[in-house]
Design a protein around this ligand. Sequence first.
Ligand SMILES: [Ca+2]
Ligand SMILES: [Ca+2]
Length: 184
Amino acid sequence: MALTRNSLLIGFGLWLTGCGLYSFRGNLPSHINSVAVGSVVNQTSEYLLDDMATELILDLFFSENVLQVTDLDQADSDLQVTIMRVTDKPATFTAGETVEEWRIDIHTTVVWYDITKNRPLFEQNFSAFGYYPPGGDIGNDNVDNDGDGEVDEEDEFGDPREIALRTAIRKISEDILNAVISTW
Ligand SMILES: [Ca+2]
Ligand SMILES: [Ca+2]
């Protein structure tokens, strides 16, 4: 996914006109050049989910390099992510009515805050989900568990539910980045 600022401005400009999620006040905030991605706040009881989310969001913002990622005391904007809720529910059943696949949903609230002008640039909710089997080996189940387009590759191992959480967080990270870019 090559995110250049110009191509995205065109694409998201078109997309946003029909969308109305964010009301533009003039043009892009050209005074915003950097962002702090502090620690994600975890209001759920999911152990270490905040660390996982912080890591994945930071990775994406570093790699896409849309804004300079800095410490809070040097940043002119702050990305405040709070994980509000995580729910598990059965998604599909076998003929014998046992659960074949679970769906996990993550709900977050994100404020992108303009430090220089002391006001939010946006405040939005982001949700995403992932699927996981109740057990078994996700490295050998013929399913693309992490949704990266490759089936049963080397990084599909470990706790299936954790992989589903990671998949959902990665989607949310991309949605946050897109929201930041489309604010321009
Ligand atoms: Ca995969
Ligand atoms: Ca797999």
